[in-house]
Design a protein around this ligand. Structure first.
Ligand code: IMP
Length: 209
């Protein structure tokens, strides 16, 4: 359990991620609330092994490691692309499909080839994001957001990161890789988890218990 309003204007949190795309998007989400984000990378915090079976377990693991390592409130993001026709793959293994060099051109190609092997290149898909908060005293909370859409081939757009160029959100024609980043931030799995996290943990006036 975390206190009911651990976040307020002026709070400083560690973003427990070494993924620049995530650190940037999370920084943009927190900025209007006056919350200062420091990345785990800039504090030289180690990246724990993701041994959980769910996005939520892995997010909690990373948040606790950064909270313990820094003595600060830490936020982590575990996320990935789930492709319906692939039974939810790459899912929690989304980062690993990019190989040791995190080559997402290769990861997107693998999604395409796996889909072709099922007899079609089109599939419904969703991004999922679990955001976990952990305090140095062991307090924790986790929130999950999803955005649904479909897989696009060939990839389009060079904005965003990871699998963005092959994902078209429902009700739109552009991929996340083509879209204005502000619009991606309005629609995204990350924003949906973020809204729940802020509703439960943010108090404008800085009251805390
Ligand atoms: P992890 O959460 O560090 O295990 O990595 C999640 C992986 O999922 C990232 O490296 C990306 O490849 C992918 N991913 C997560 N969120 C997004 C997103 O918003 N756009 C594109 N790819 C994403």
């Amino acid at each position: 359990m975390l206190g009911s309003s651990v976040l307020h204007r002026g709070s400083k949190i560690v973003i427990a991620s070494h993924n620049e795309g995530k650190v940037r998007e999370l920084g943009e989400l927190f900025e209007p609330y006056g919350i200062v984000c420091v990345s785990a990378g800039s504090l030289d915090l180690p990246e724990p092994e993701e041994t959980g079976d769910t996005f939520e377990e892995n997010a909690l693991l990373k948040a606790h490691a950064s909270a313990q390592g820094s003595g600060m409130l830490a936020l982590s993001d575990d996320s990935g692309l789930e492709v319906e026709a692939l039974g939810g793959d790459p899912g929690i293994h989304s980062a690993r499909w990019g190989g040791p060099t995190k080559d997402f051109g290769l990861a997107m190609q693998k999604v395409h080839e796996a889909l072709e092997a099922t007899g079609g290149a089109f599939s419904r898909a969703n991004f999922t994001c679990a955001l976990a908060l952990a305090a140095p005293d062991g307090g924790e909370a986790v929130y999950t957001g999803r955005v649904f859409g479909h897989i696009q081939w060939p990839p389009r757009g060079d904005r965003g990161f990871g699998y963005d160029p092959i994902f078209v959100p429902e009700g739109h024609t552009e991929t996340f890789g083509e879209m204005d980043p502000a619009l991606k931030n309005e629609l995204s799995h990350r924003m949906r988890a973020f809204e729940q996290l802020m509703a439960a943990n943010y108090a404008e006036d800085g009251a805390s218990d």
